[in-house]
Design a protein around this ligand. Structure first.
Ligand code: FES
Ligand code: FES
Length: 154
C-alpha cells in the first residue's frame, strides 16, 4: 500500500491504495465518484473515460499513481455548482441516453473535443466518439446533442 495524491474536480485527495490500482477503482470506491463506469476493463469500450489535463483518458487500466500531479476531471466535475454544462443540458434535451451506462464516457469525450474545437465537423465528431460503445444505440441522439451545442440551439 502507498499514499497517493490525486487532484480531482479541483480538489486534492490523498488516498491509500496499492499504487497499481487502476484510477477508476480509486475514483469510484475511494472518492465515491461513480459517474465513470467499469465496462470492459480492457480500454475497449469508453465507459470509464475522464479528462486528464483536458485530454480524454481511459481510467480502467492505468494505475492511479500515474495520474499524480495531473488535473483529473470526472463527469461530476463538468457542471458548475447546480449549473450543468451546455453539453450535459443538450444530452438531456435530446434524450441522449437510454440505460446511461456509456453516457459519462461519451460526455467526457465530447467535452474534450469541444474544448479543443468548438465547431468540429461530422468526421471529427465521429472520430472523437468512435471508441465509445453504446449497447442501447443512443449514438444518433448523442450526435444531435453535440450538434445542438455547436449550433447553440436553445
Ligand atoms: S471500462 Fe475502460 S474502456 Fe471499457
Ligand atoms: S445508453 Fe445504454 S449503453 Fe449507451
Amino acid at each position: 500500500m502507498a499514499e497517493i495524491s490525486l487532484k480531482v474536480n479541483g480538489e486534492t485527495f490523498t488516498v491509500e491504495c496499492d499504487p497499481a490500482t487502476p484510477l477508476l477503482y480509486v475514483l469510484r470506491n475511494q472518492l465515491n465518484l461513480v459517474g465513470a463506469k467499469l465496462g470492459c476493463s480492457l480500454e475497449q469500450c469508453g465507459a470509464c473515460a475522464v479528462l486528464v489535463d483536458g485530454e480524454h483518458a481511459l481510467s480502467c487500466v492505468r494505475a492511479a499513481s500515474e495520474f499524480e500531479g495531473a488535473e483529473i476531471t470526472t463527469i461530476e466535475g463538468l457542471a458548475e455548482g447546480d449549473r450543468l454544462s451546455a453539453l450535459q443540458q443538450a444530452f438531456i434535451e435530446e434524450g441522449a441516453a437510454q440505460c446511461g451506462y456509456c453516457t459519462a464516457g461519451l460526455l467526457v469525450a465530447a467535452t474534450a473535443l469541444l474544448e479543443k474545437n468548438s465547431e468540429p465537423d461530422d468526421r471529427e465528431i465521429r472520430g472523437a466518439l468512435q471508441d465509445h460503445l453504446c449497447r442501447c444505440g443512443s449514438h444518433l441522439r448523442v450526435l444531435k446533442a453535440i450538434d445542438r451545442v455547436i449550433h447553440r440551439v436553445a
